[in-house]
Design a protein around this ligand. Sequence first.
Ligand SMILES: CCCCCC/C=C/CC(=O)SCCNC(=O)CCNC(=O)[C@H](O)C(C)(C)COP(=O)(O)OP(=O)(O)OC[C@H]1O[C@@H](n2cnc3c(N)ncnc32)[C@H](O)[C@@H]1OP(=O)(O)O
Length: 280
Amino acid sequence: MAQDLVDGLLIKARSHLPPPSEPLGKLSKRDRKGVAVIKLKNPPVNSLSLEVLTEFVISLEKLENDKTFRGVIVTSDCPGIFSAGLDLTEMCGKSQAHYAEFWRAVQELWLRLYLSNLVLIAAINGVSPAGGCLISLTCDYRVLADNPKYNIGLNETLLGVVAPSWFKDTLVNTVGHRTAERALQLGLLFPPAEALRVGMVDQVVPEDQVHSTALSVMAQWLAVPDHARQLTKSLMRKPTADRLVKQRDADIQYFLQFVSRDSIQKSLRMYLDKLRQKKG
Ligand SMILES: CCCCCC/C=C/CC(=O)SCCNC(=O)CCNC(=O)[C@H](O)C(C)(C)COP(=O)(O)OP(=O)(O)OC[C@H]1O[C@@H](n2cnc3c(N)ncnc32)[C@H](O)[C@@H]1OP(=O)(O)O
């Protein structure tokens, strides 16, 4: 893997692309050293299928193991959409074995992202509901493009499902208990100004400045010695992650029971139908 430029790892369903070069921002080459860009690319909406989740984990693992990389910018290659969240078709009408494999992959990605030793900056260049929001919440810093269409939040209740406790914990750790409680119960999707006000994102910038801002922020985070920053991150996050680690299998069993219920299958199907009918 190239060492001293911003590298792009396109995560694509059905193909493993070699890392293409990213257009470089205004920072000096030195500032960009050791920074990778992971661009989600699963058109049309960057839904997080089992395949995308798996490739994401593999890409992160490679970067973690390659000591030349110290930071990753997570962004999207789909115009106007950061990620539509978990792929709903993976949770509808499938076997128990499939649900278990899918949910383990969701857990694995969350754990990898949440405990990553790398500095993770989310450059959110599109709408970001549910699982899309969760990915950004696992990052160390979130930059959101200032576009009124780019809502962000955990809207699970609006689908008739419940955000798991570790989704909830991730949100509480970011915005605090009261804001999280209201946002989760109502399934709120926040437009940029609101997302900034409640602390769901750290910065809102014009759309054409999302990437360069993420690079500038990265330079600031990389100025801190890795070992001290990494240990501090672990101190802050490990207790939350450990709660899932200790009960991963039970969490999968709970998901299986929940998602297999007729009422939940019905809710998910109705939601998917509503999305499909939207077109006309
Ligand atoms: C212990 C129990 C735990 C249960 C926990 C379950 C946790 C769930 C977390 C999740 O992430 S659930 C997913 C939540 N996501 C959403 O609510 C977003 C749904 N999508 C949208 O709102 C819109 O698609 C969009 C992202 C705003 C984009 O809108 P746009 O108008 O650009 O595209 P569409 O025409 O709506 O969609 C195009 C195409 O994509 C399909 N699709 C959209 N989202 C998903 C998805 N999450 N999974 C699978 N497929 C999706 C949509 O149906 C269209 O398909 P078509 O066949 O082309 O009609």
